[in-house]
Ligand binder design. Structure first.
Ligand code: 26Y
Length: 814
C-alpha cells in the first residue's frame, strides 16, 4: 500500500504507551486488549484531528457548497482498521504493534461494530461518507446516536434471540461531544397566531423541548488529508427546565422530561423495509431532522448574509422517506424564523432538498396517521397541510377533473401523511438506486409523478467502497492486485479492468484461486470457532448473507438444499460437488415468518450436517450475528453469491457488488443491480435464473399465479414441501413449519415455487462450471476485473455532478 501520509512509528509507540498509562494507570504489559484498542485509537485520533481541523478551515475559507446526507441509519462497522487504511499507514501500525507485542487483528476485534443501521440503506450511507471524504467533497452525515444499535443476534436451539447492542459501554474513542452546538427541538403543544405589523406569525406554545446534542465522528478520506464529519445527535433533557422543576419540587415532571429525552435516542428500530407506524419513530425523525436543519442554517448564516442563496451552498439529501420532515422543517425555519413569505420559502426549499428512493415495496412506505402527526408536530403539520393544498391545486390545474391523479399523488389522503409524496413534492431531484429500479419507479410506482415532472427523476446506481471491502477485508487479494496493476485502484476502481489479461493465464489463475483458498480457510476457522462446525475449504462456498426477508427468498435457498439432500439420499447416480451453504441474516424481532425461516435453516443444518451417509457432500452453516465486521471475512471467501430476490423487488442490492469485487460468481435473478453486474461481466460469467421483472409484474397485475399447479405437477417440489410438515426437520413438533408450507401452497407471493425448477437448474450449472477449474478461475477473475463500476466513488461522482453540484476541495497540512 502506498504510503501517502507520514507516520512516525517510534512516536506512535510512545503515544500508545502513554495513553495506556494516562487512561488506565497501567504499564502496557498489563493492559487488556480492550485497553490497548482504546489507547491505539486515541493515538490515531490525534493524527486525525489535525486533518479534521485543516479540512474545516479550508471549507470555511472557500465557503463551499456542502451536502448534508440525512439518514436515520449509518451502518459504519468498525472504525479503527478503516481509519488506519485511509490514513495509509495500516501496515506501519501493524508493525508498530507487533513490536509492542500485540496483534493488530486482535486489537481490531476489540472494537464493537457501530451498527446504527439495519442493512443496505444504512451501509450505503456509510460507503457514501467514505467516498465523499476520499473524493474531497464537503459533506456531513447527519443521524442519530442510538444508545443501542442493531441488536446482537444469538442462535439458541436454532431460534434467533435478540440481545441488546450496548456498543457504547467502553466508550467510543473516535467521537467528540459538541455541546456548544446543541439546539432545542420542540414537540407537541399548539400553534398560536400572532399578528405583528400586519403579518401573521405562527407560534408553537405549550410544547415539550428536548435538547439535541451532537457528537461528531471523523470520516477519514483515503490519503488526502480530508476528514469529513458524521454528526449524530444525542437527546438530553432541557436542563433549565429540570432545575426549575426540582426547585418547585416537581420531581415527577423533571423525570418525565428526562425520560422523554432518553427514550428518543434509546434504540434503532430493527425493521428493514417494513413500516410499523410507531410514534417514537416519528419523534426520532423530527428530532434529528430539526436539529440537523437548524444547525445547517446557522452554519450557512455564519458565512452568508442572504438566505436566498441557500440552494447554492446546501443540499439536503434525504435517504429514503425517513428524513422527509426536513421539507417542512426547512419551510418552518425560513418562514417563522427567517421571516420569508411562502412562495419565497418554497422556492428555496425545493431547490435545496433531494430525495433517494430505496424501495418499491408497499409495506416499506411511511404513511403517518394525521392524528398522530398533527399532535406531535402541530406547526409542521400546518405547513404540510398548506404544501398539500397547493400541490393538489397544481395537480388539478394540470389534470382538470381527474380525481385519480389527486388520489394517487396527494400528500394528505385517507387520514394519512404520505411521506414519499411529501418528499417528491419538496425535492428538485428524485432518484432510484439501480437502472431497473428507477425504470420501475418511473413506469409504475411513481408513474404519475414522473409524468408530471420527468426531469426531476434520475438514476444513481449504488456502489460500495473498495477500501473497506477489498483493501481492508481481503488483504491478500488487495496486495496481489497491487502487485499486478499498481495501487491506483484504491481510488480508481475502474483500473481493475487491467486484470482481464491475467484471467486466462494459468499461473495467475492459480495465484488467484490460492488466495481464495486462503480466505476460505480463514472463514472456515471462524465458523469452527463460532459454530463448532467443520467445513471443508475445498467445497464450494455458496453464500447468502443479507437481512432476512421473504422477498430476498432465503426460503428458496434452503428448500433447494432440502431438495439436493433428497437427491443424495434417494438417487444413487446423483453426483454433486461438495458444497457448503452459508447463511447469515438477522430477522426483525417482530417478523414471525422470517424468524421461522431462520429456525428452518438451522433445523435443516442439524439434520444434514449430522448425516454421515452423505459423506459431507452438503454442509449448512448459519453464521450468527451477521454484521459489517464478519461480512468482510465472508465476502472474501465466497465462491458463489446468492442474489435470488423475486425480480422487481430488490431495489439494487449492494452485497452482490461486494461478492463480485472479491471474485465470486453471481447466482441470481435479473433484479436490482444484478442486471448491471451481468451487463459488466457478461452473461457467461454469471448464472441467471427465474422470472424476469416484467413477468413477475404481469402476473401481479393479473392477480398472481397458482402455486398448486406446481405442487401437483412437480414431484420433487411436492416431496420438499411435504417434508416441511411431516416432521423430517421438526420431529418434536411436525407442525412447526406449517406456516411456511401454507404460505407457499396458498399464495407464494414471492414466486418461490414458480422459480424453483429454474433455480435447481442454475445450481446444476454452478456445479458443472466449478468442476472446470480453469474456466471457473477465469470467471471469478473476470468478476473482480469487471467490478469497477460498482465503486461508491463512481456513484458519488454522479451525485456530486448531477444532483449536488459540489466542488472538490484540496487539503494540505502546514
Ligand atoms: C419504514 C422503515 C421501517 C424502513 C426502515 C428501513 C424502511 C426501509 C428500511 C431499509 C431499507 C433498505 O435497506 N433498502 C435497501 O437499500 C439498499 C441501498 O439502496 C438497496 O441496495 C436494497 O435493495 C434496498 O432493499
Amino acid at each position: 500500500m502506498k504510503k501517502l501520509i507520514d507516520f512516525d512509528k517510534e512516536g506512535f509507540k510512545k503515544e500508545v504507551i502513554t495513553n495506556v498509562k494516562t487512561l488506565y494507570r497501567r504499564p502496557i504489559e498489563e493492559a487488556t486488549p480492550q485497553q490497548v484498542f482504546q489507547a491505539v485509537s486515541y493515538a490515531v485520533k490525534d493524527d486525525i484531528i489535525d486533518r479534521w481541523i485543516a479540512t474545516h478551515k479550508e471549507y470555511e475559507k472557500k465557503n463551499v457548497k456542502t451536502v448534508y446526507y440525512l439518514s436515520m441509519e449509518f451502518l459504519m462497522g468498525r472504525a479503527l482498521g478503516n481509519n488506519l487504511i485511509n490514513l495509509t499507514y495500516y501496515d506501519a501500525v501493524k508493525e508498530a504493534l507487533d513490536e509492542l507485542g500485540f496483534d493488530l487483528n486482535l486489537i481490531e476485534d476489540q472494537e464493537p461494530d457501530a451498527a446504527l443501521g439495519n442493512g443496505g440503506l444504512g451501509r450505503l450511507a456509510a460507503c457514501f461518507l467514505d467516498s465523499l471524504a476520499t473524493l474531497g467533497y464537503p459533506a456531513y452525515g447527519c443521524g442519530i446516536r442510538y444508545r443501542y444499535g442493531m441488536f446482537k443476534q444469538a442462535i439458541k436451539d436454532g431460534y434467533q434471540i435478540e440481545l441488546p447492542d450496548d456498543w457504547l459501554k467502553d466508550g467510543n474513542p473516535f467521537e467528540i461531544k459538541r455541546p456548544e452546538y446543541a439546539v432545542e427541538v420542540k414537540f407537541g403543544g399548539y400553534v398560536r397566531v400572532e399578528n405583528r405589523d400586519g403579518r401573521n406569525y405562527f407560534i408553537q406554545d405549550g410544547y415539550q423541548t428536548v435538547r439535541a446534542v451532537p457528537y461528531d465522528v471523523p470520516v477519514v478520506g483515503y490519503g488526502n488529508n480530508v476528514v469529513n464529519t458524521l454528526r449524530i445527535w444525542d437527546a438530553e433533557a432541557d436542563q433549565e427546565f429540570c432545575l426549575d422543576s426540582f426547585d418547585k419540587g416537581e420531581y415527577e415532571k423533571a423525570v418525565e422530561q428526562q425520560n422523554l429525552a432518553k427514550t428518543i435516542v434509546e434504540v434503532l428500530y430493527p425493521n428493514d423495509n417494513h413500516y410499523a407506524g410507531k410514534e417514537l419513530r416519528l419523534r426520532q425523525q423530527y428530532f434529528f431532522i430539526s436539529a440537523s436543519v437548524q444547525r445547517a442554517i446557522l452554519k450557512f448564516k455564519e458565512k452568508n448574509s442572504d438566505i436566498h442563496n441557500l440552494p447554492d451552498k446546501v443540499t439536503f439529501q434525504m435517504n429514503d422517506t425517513h428524513p422527509t420532515v426536513a421539507v417542512a422543517e426547512l419551510m418552518r425555519i425560513l418562514m417563522d424564523e427567517e421571516g420569508l413569505e411562502w412562495d419565497d420559502a418554497w422556492d428555496i426549499t425545493t431547490r435545496t432538498c433531494a430525495y433517494t428512493n430505496h424501495t418499491i415495496m408497499a409495506e416499506a412506505l411511511e404513511k403517518w396517521p394525521i392524528e398522530l402527526f398533527s399532535r406531535l408536530l402541530p406547526r409542521i403539520y400546518q405547513i404540510v397541510e398548506e404544501i398539500n393544498r397547493r400541490f393538489v391545486l397544481k395537480i388539478q390545474s394540470m389534470y382538470p377533473g381527474n380525481q385519480d391523479k389527486v388520489k394517487n399523488m396527494a400528500i394528505l389522503y385517507d387520514g394519512q401523511v404520505k411521506m414519499a409524496h411529501l418528499a417528491i413534492a419538496g425535492s428538485y431531484s428524485v432518484n432510484g438506486v439501480a437502472a431497473l429500479h428507477t425504470k420501475i419507479l418511473e413506469e409504475r410506482e411513481l408513474k404519475d409523478f414522473y409524468e408530471m415532472r420527468p426531469e426531476q427523476f434520475n438514476n444513481k446506481t449504488n456502489g460500495i467502497t473498495q477500501r473497506r471491502f477489498l483493501l481492508h477485508g481481503n488483504p491478500l487479494l488487495a496486495s496481489w492486485i497491487t502487485d499486478k496493476i499498481g495501487d491506483e485502484w484504491i481510488v480508481k476502481l475502474s483500473n481493475l479492468k487491467k486484470l482481464k489479461v491475467y484471467a486466462t493465464d494459468e499461473k495467475y489463475q492459480q495465484e488467484f484461486m490460492n488466495i481464495k483458498y486462503q480466505n476460505k480457510i480463514r472463514l472456515a476457522n471462524y465458523i469452527k470457532e463460532h459454530n463448532g462446525v467443520d467445513v471443508d475449504p475445498r467445497s464450494i462456498f455458496d453464500v447468502q448473507v443479507k437481512r432476512l426477508h421473504e422477498y430476498k427468498r432465503q426460503l428458496l435457498n434452503i428448500l433447494h438444499v432440502m431438495y439436493q439432500y433428497n437427491e443424495l439420499k434417494t438417487n444413487p447416480s446423483y453426483d454433486m460437488y461438495p458444497t457448503t451453504y452459508i447463511f447469515g441474516a438477522k430477522a426483525s424481532a417482530g417478523y414471525k415468518r422470517a424468524k421461522l425461516i431462520i429456525k428452518l435453516i438451522n433445523s435443516v443444518a442439524d439434520v444434514i450436517n449430522n448425516d454421515a451417509s452423505i459423506k459431507g457432500k452438503i454442509k449448512v452453516v448459519f453464521i450468527e450475528n451477521y454484521r459489517v465486521s464478519n461480512a468482510e471475512l465472508i465476502f472474501a471467501a465466497a465462491d458463489v453469491s446468492e442474489q435470488i430476490s423475486t425480480a422487481s423487488r430488490e431495489a439494487s442490492g449492494t452485497g452482490n457488488m461486494k461478492f463480485m469485487l472479491n471474485g465470486a460468481v453471481t447466482l441470481g435473478t435479473m433484479d436490482g443491480a444484478n442486471v448491471e453486474i451481468v451487463e459488466e461481466v457478461g452473461e457467461e460469467n454469471a448464472v441467471i435464473f427465474g422470472l424476469r421483472a416484467e413477468e413477475v409484474m404481469k402476473y401481479e397485475r393479473e392477480g398472481g399465479y397458482n402455486p398448486k399447479d406446481i405442487y401437483n405437477n412437480d414431484a420433487a417440489v411436492r416431496t420438499v414441501l411435504t417434508q416441511l410438515i411431516n416432521g423430517m426437520y421438526s420431529s418434536d413438533d411436525p407442525d412447526r413449519f406449517r406456516d411456511l408450507y401454507d404460505s407457499l401452497i396458498n399464495e407464494d407471493v414471492y414466486f418461490i415455487l414458480k422459480d424453483f425448477a429454474s433455480y435447481v437448474e442454475a445450481h446444476r450449472k454452478i456445479d458443472t462450471l466449478y468442476r472446470d477449474e480453469k474456466n471457473w478461475a477465469k470467471m471469478v477473475m473476470l468478476n473482480t476485473a469487471c467490478s469497477g463500476k460498482f465503486s461508491s466513488d463512481r456513484t458519488i461522482e454522479e451525485y456530486a455532478k448531477e444532483i449536488w453540484n459540489l466542488k472538490k476541495v484540496k487539503v494540505t497540512l502546514d
